[in-house]
Design a protein around this ligand. Sequence first.
Ligand SMILES: Cc1cc2nc3c(=O)[nH]c(=O)nc-3n(C[C@H](O)[C@H](O)[C@H](O)COP(=O)(O)OP(=O)(O)OC[C@H]3O[C@@H](n4cnc5c(N)ncnc54)[C@H](O)[C@@H]3O)c2cc1C
Length: 390
Amino acid sequence: MHAQIAGDAREAGLREATREFVERHAIPREDPALAHDVAALDAVTRELRDLARRAGIYAPQLPRELGGLGLDWRQRAGVLEEAGRSFLGAPALNCAPPDQPNMINLLQQGTPAQQARYLMPLVRGEIRSCFAMTEPAPGAGSDPSMLRTVAERAGGGWVLNGHKWFISGAVGAAFAIVLAQTAHGPTLFVVDTAQPGYRLVRNIGSMDGYQVGGHGEIVLEQCAVGADAVLGEIGQGFAYAQARLEPARLSHCMRFIGRASRAMEIAQHHAAQRESFGQRLSELQQVQAMVADAHIDLHACRLMVRDCAQRLDAGLPVKHESAMVKVFVSEAVWRVADRAVQIMGALGVSDDTPVSMIQRELRPFRIYDGASELHRATLARRIFSQQLRP
Ligand SMILES: Cc1cc2nc3c(=O)[nH]c(=O)nc-3n(C[C@H](O)[C@H](O)[C@H](O)COP(=O)(O)OP(=O)(O)OC[C@H]3O[C@@H](n4cnc5c(N)ncnc54)[C@H](O)[C@@H]3O)c2cc1C
């Protein structure tokens, strides 16, 4: 009981410190000119990480032994939500994808040598990384069994050939965790991006912004790596990719609840000032309904996330629940941001406030980490096969 109270007090303090950090340091550094400028984003992130360390809020998701805050999932929810209010918050705290889930893979599957070489510099924020699974057609997208990147044994090591795209963080990444097919099944490889045969083709232009390292297209041509590049066991690549996705999705939900709630805060402030036909927007029933619906959506999002977090903390399986949370939250935060745009009129679609970028950033969340349709299909299959009661 005492431990619970102490944990809650610590979480409340960290949440408050994160909110203050975001207001004081992250939001003032946001700039639409930064949104697609990978080099400038890197520079700002480095600067913010130093400040986050000094504020005692760096790496909330990492164990204390690694220099993190050692928060459990439930405690993390509030801190990641506060960090997520700014585009720059999660990178500043080094709890943004793809580095965050890559740290999970390296922690769980990495050898001591891989952890020393890749995990520790990642934890310290000295390098960045990416996770390369998706391929352009006819390769793997929603259906991972369409994987075409191959790794073949050569000498004592492996040679990789393949084509990946939409790989977040790829520009400037020091290493990539690459999913490739081997004779013994799909396998994860840690590949140095400086390795001959690894080529970044381009940074793909996209509707979202502020992705540190952009979204890269990568080609692997006769890319030779050592036997020590295998991450975990050969043939377990899908299982490891799946295992990282559940917590990664939940963390995304936490951060994006913060982002959507900020969009609505801005819209509410606008509605309280702006007049139309002799009334403030906040006095118009249809505007009031949009605001109320946004609060209902956000409340439901927070409760669903918290429930899933508690299950993770209790060591319970969350396959079913995390899929439901991901579908609901990705669609609800989009609705919230969309209402914020609507309430603000032309100002809402301009770059004069962060609201339009928040909405653009939230749209792809219904596609990555499993498209909504894919999750619904899987949920329905499980519901019918296990005769789950509603
Ligand atoms: C912003 C962003 C960042 C990303 N970052 C990464 C990254 O870092 N690393 C990485 O490997 N990948 C990344 N991706 C890729 C992402 O994982 C894929 O986009 C996703 O898996 C879907 O694959 P796809 O785009 O090929 O779409 P497809 O597989 O071609 O699917 C297209 C659409 O078809 C429908 N669909 C597909 N399958 C089904 C089904 N079974 N039932 C019903 N409908 C279905 C869905 O509506 C889906 O949106 C990123 C994508 C985006 C947009």
